[in-house]
Design a protein around this ligand. Structure first.
Ligand code: ZN
Length: 339
């Protein structure tokens, strides 16, 4: 049993599952951040600037494709008006149990930002470099083989939060330590079969926090190692101007299916790239004790959840809209946009 006391957006310690905590710049699962995100998203991309490409030979243009057909240059393959990347953080049980089967059933592929909880060397998502792989590691390998993206989220998920173990706050890190940890994380992903180029998701939205007491920016370490990075800004990226090392996101935590679908509609209107961030999926699967004690055989860790039905509604909607919306892993979209 290992006390994990951690998640991406930082569960608060103590009883019940976290619903916010005090992470950096935040995207707590509910409230203000996200509604602001929604409105900023609407303005973030350049809605209407580019028309829908005319039906590129044979693409199914039916089903309310929006009608725009101005013939401007396409940002996305096959005449899609928008791109959506479904990203899931921290290698949670429900990603393996619920999310991947749901995506596979519709032929969609997601991005899984894998890390371990602090001090867990081998028994969570990332293997170490010496011990035999566990069934859990092999489940991630299988996901990769099916076309899902396994991406980098550090090894120990450092975070400035009371819930983090001593020594794993960003204030405890300096550039050499983070540099070594990023290299270690890449090597561990390599053991799962991940090859460069790899993408990165800042744990705890920490792109704005930095390392050490003075908050040293570590994005240069990210820039030299990764193809693209998801940051804490909320919005929908404009494919014509997006900085691939600062790709914004939309938090799917606690959202209803209708809210998630509305975000997709916003992306279509904006002709943008929408990157969803999920943590837990499925409220019904909370089963660990309130102190977040990890016991792989005894319970499932889940937090910052989106209801299973809401997630499924989004997946169904994306499958329906595939003539207009290109749903693809974060790294796949980044590669397509890289000049
Ligand atoms: Zn995380």
């Amino acid at each position: 049993m290992i006390a994990v006391a951690c998640s991406s957006s930082d569960p608060a310690p103590g009883n019940s599952f976290p619903t916010g905590g005090a992470p950096a710049a935040g995207a707590p699962p509910t409230s203000a951040g996200t509604s602001a995100a929604g409105s900023s998203a609407a303005g973030a991309a350049n809605a209407g600037a580019s028309g829908a490409p005319s039906s590129n030979g044979g693409a199914n243009n039916g089903a309310g494709a929006g009608g725009a057909a101005a013939g401007a240059s396409a940002s996305f393959p096959n005449g899609a008006l928008a791109a959506v990347s479904l990203t899931y953080d921290d290698g949670l049980d429900t990603h393996l149990a619920t999310v991947i089967p749901a995506l596979d059933a519709k032929g969609l592929k997601g991005t899984f930002f894998l890390s371990n909880f602090e001090g867990v060397d081998h028994k969570w998502a990332l293997p170490n470099l010496k011990d035999p792989l566990t069934p859990r590691h092999m489940a991630w390998q299988a996901a990769l083989a099916e076309g899902h993206e396994l991406a980098d989220h550090t090894v120990n998920h450092p975070c400035n939060s009371d819930s983090k173990a001593p020594g794993y706050h960003l204030t405890d890190y300096d550039l050499p330590r983070m540099s070594a940890e990023l290299d270690d994380s890449i090597a561990r992903l390599g053991r799962l079969g991940v090859k460069q180029p790899i993408t990165f998701g800042y744990p705890c939205m920490s792109d704005t926090v930095g390392l050490g007491p003075s908050g040293t920016d570590y994005s240069p370490l990210v820039a030299t190692r990764f193809l693209a990075a998801r940051v804490s800004d909320a919005g929908i990226a404009d494919p014509k101007t997006v900085d691939l090392l600062h790709v914004p996101l939309q938090d799917a935590g606690s959202k209803t299916g209708d809210q998630l679908k509305a975000m997709v509609d916003q992306a279509i209107s904006a002709r943008g790239w929408l990157v969803f961030i999920f943590h837990g999926v499925g409220m019904e699967q909370l089963s660990c004790p309130g102190d977040l004690v990890f016991d792989l055989k005894g319970c499932m860790i889940n937090y910052l959840t989106t209801d299973t039905a809401a997630h499924q509604a989004l997946v169904d909607y994306l499958a329906e809209k595939q003539a207009q919306v290109w749903t693809a892993p974060f790294g796949t979209v980044a590669k397509s946009l890289k000049k």
